[in-house]
Design a protein. Structure first.
Length: 157
């Protein structure tokens, strides 16, 4: 009868790392595809008002954002504390809204231009006068679909 001998000096085999680069590149590609980058740096304070009836925007690629509020602390020395209008990454005046909407429309296809929405992301302490000026400027350029960005909740007065 044959005798079987145990290997006393056997070591555990090494882990195969040949497929590791493939896995890493698949993860990088996945995160590149699924991550959305922020369009603009918000330079105004925004404590959004609360609303009880909230509806989510469907196609965010067709939304142009107008931020309205007091400049954040680092811009107080330059722009003061009065509410300002931010279009993309710059503080602008009400008169500049027409150019902003025109440039946003030029980036979209003709079929999508009629579906574009302008979202007003406004601090809850902003007076209605500046809001009315912005809405009138949007009306003059034919941007009639307006959405107000809010947070969900009921505020008791």
């Amino acid at each position: 009868m044959a005798k079987f001998k145990k290997d006393v000096a056997s070591e555990t085999p090494e882990i195969a790392t040949t497929s590791l680069p493939d896995i890493i590149f698949m993860l990088i590609f996945f995160f590149m595809v699924t991550t959305s980058m922020r369009q603009a740096t918000v330079m105004v304070e925004q404590k959004l008002p609360m609303a009880s009836e909230v509806k989510k925007l469907e196609n965010k690629s067709l939304v142009s954002y107008i931020h309205i509020g007091s400049p954040i602390r680092q811009y107080h020395s330059t722009y003061g504390t009065a509410p300002r209008i931010q279009l993309n990454d710059k503080f602008q005046m009400v008169q500049d809204i027409a150019d902003f909407i025109a440039s946003e429309r030029s980036t979209k296809s003709e079929a999508d231009q009629s579906k574009m929405t302008t979202a007003l992301k406004t601090d809850e302490k902003v007076k209605m006068g500046i809001m009315s000026d912005v809405k009138m400027a949007l009306r003059r350029v034919g941007a009639l679909k307006i959405s107000y960005i809010t947070t969900k909740g009921d505020k008791v007065f």
